[in-house]
Design a protein around this ligand. Structure first.
Ligand SMILES: [Zn+2]
Length: 435
């Protein structure tokens, strides 16, 4: 006889250690990672219905005659969230990478048509099927490392039809894969050559008819701008944020990657979800971000690729109470990275985050950076059952390894992504099947 109400579960996973990530950063004396050992997680529909000890979970499941999935020996974390990517694009920049290492200067490469404009040309020329196929390969590598939510920016079309196509491919990935996708319109990424003589005309189009058309088609969850001396000004970024506000859209800003233009402060003023990069950011901006709840998204793989030498002021951001997230920034030019675990490693090794902060940065704080903190990012009753299963001895191992993938299973919206395992995807080992 089944019990009624909240005790009716669809599934119970028992025996694993769970990193709930429900604390920002565990102070000494508190339980790091919001850890619950020898735990059980009950799922009903696509939500977490209960969390407790394995013993109690098993006994309640027996009363419901529910088969228990045994996960003894594994760690379970929230499904990872890559909250900053540009992973839909045409072509790649490997030739430039090689030219540079063979001695060509940035200027020579740029004069030969390289840089972001080469990706724009390749992206405009690509068919939707080509864009989908190359993005799918990248996104599956992220998914194999436990990613259940990814943010994807447009920004390599820089004309309405191609920007639309990129956002449509992003939407389609979310509709066809066991993956949640947030779509960001990055119209202010780079000035396209055809508007070289009239910046304002381009900015007006992006902030006006293009944004309105894309938003009307449900293709925009948020806007983004690359606010930098080589890209768009503070005033142009402000114009976009104003337009986003009038349409009720959220915002992110590429801020302080190469210089401090005041973009992080602007992000805070507008209540943007995140300010991203932040190698160059001052204390006033950090305090404003903390007060506004604007998350600092750190992108160490871009820092690494560009061989930058001034890391984000992590200690200062911490002291000011800014939430720190970590993402891959997957893009063809400055961060050809499809490994969220590598980004976490680099956040620790290059930026000095603790392994716990790195994991908060791809779970709890990444959810906040996408405005999804009520749904995702921690293992708590009522939140979505997006879970990653790991064969590790302790959660710090997720940031420790380079090139190893200890992910052995993923649950998205309450359903195990078994297809990935059965496909024999090379970096996802079959440990979950043995368990
Ligand atoms: Zn970026």
């Amino acid at each position: 006889m089944q019990k009624s109400g909240e005790d009716e579960w669809d599934q119970l996973i028992a025996g694993a250690n769970v990193a709930t990530m429900s604390l920002e950063r565990a102070p000494f004396g508190q339980v790091p990672y919001g850890r619950v050992e020898d735990a059980a997680i009950a799922v009903k529909g696509e939500r977490i219905a209960w969390l407790g000890t394995a013993a109690e979970g098993r006994s309640r499941a027996a009363a419901q005659r529910l088969t228990v999935q045994d996960a003894t020996g594994l760690w379970i974390t929230p499904g990872l969230i890559d909250c900053h990517t540009h992973l839909v694009y045409g072509g790649n920049r490997v030739a430039e990478f090689e030219q540079r290492l063979c001695g060509a200067s940035y200027e020579e490469i740029s004069r030969a048509g390289g840089g972001i404009q080469s990706t724009v040309r390749a992206t405009r020329a690509a068919t939707p099927a080509e864009l989908r196929a190359s993005a799918l390969a990248r996104v599956r590598r992220l998914m194999a490392e436990g990613v259940t939510t990814v943010e994807i920016k447009s920004g390599y079309g820089l004309e309405l039809p191609t920007e639309r196509r990129l956002l449509e491919v992003a939407r389609e990935l979310g509709e066809t894969l066991p993956l949640s996708v947030r779509k960001t319109f990055l119209g202010l990424h780079s000035l396209p050559p055809e508007f070289g003589a009239d910046r304002q005309a381009y900015v007006d189009r992006v902030c006006g008819p293009w944004l309105e058309a894309l938003a009307a088609d449900g293709l925009v969850d948020a806007v983004d701008a690359f606010c930098e001396n080589i890209a768009f000004t503070l005033a142009e970024t402000n114009q976009l944020l104003m337009a986003a506000r009038s349409l009720g859209l959220a915002a992110h800003i590429h801020a302080g990657q190469l210089s401090d233009m005041g973009a992080a402060e602007l992000a805070a003023q507008w209540g943007a979800l995140s300010a991203d990069h932040l190698e160059y950011v001052g204390e006033a901006a950090a305090a404003a971000m903390a007060a506004a709840g604007t998350v600092a998204v750190l992108l160490p793989a871009a820092y690494f690729t560009l061989r930058q030498t001034t890391p984000p002021p992590v200690a200062m951001l911490r002291q000011n109470g800014v939430s720190l997230a970590v993402a891959t920034d997957c893009n063809p030019g400055t961060s050809p990275c499809t490994s969220i675990l590598t980004a976490m490693n680099m956040a620790c090794t290059l930026f000095g985050l603790t392994p716990e902060e790195a994991l908060s940065g791809t779970t709890r704080n990444a959810a906040r950076a996408l405005g999804l903190q009520d749904e995702l990012g921690t293992i708590e009753v009522g939140k979505r059952a997006d879970l990653a299963f790991w064969r590790v001895e302790r959660p710090a191992e997720l940031s420790y390894g380079l090139g190893a993938n200890p992910c052995v299973g993923v649950m998205h919206r309450g359903r195990m992504r078994e297809a990935l395992i059965h496909d024999g995807y090379p970096t996802l080992d079959a440990g979950m099947l043995e368990a």
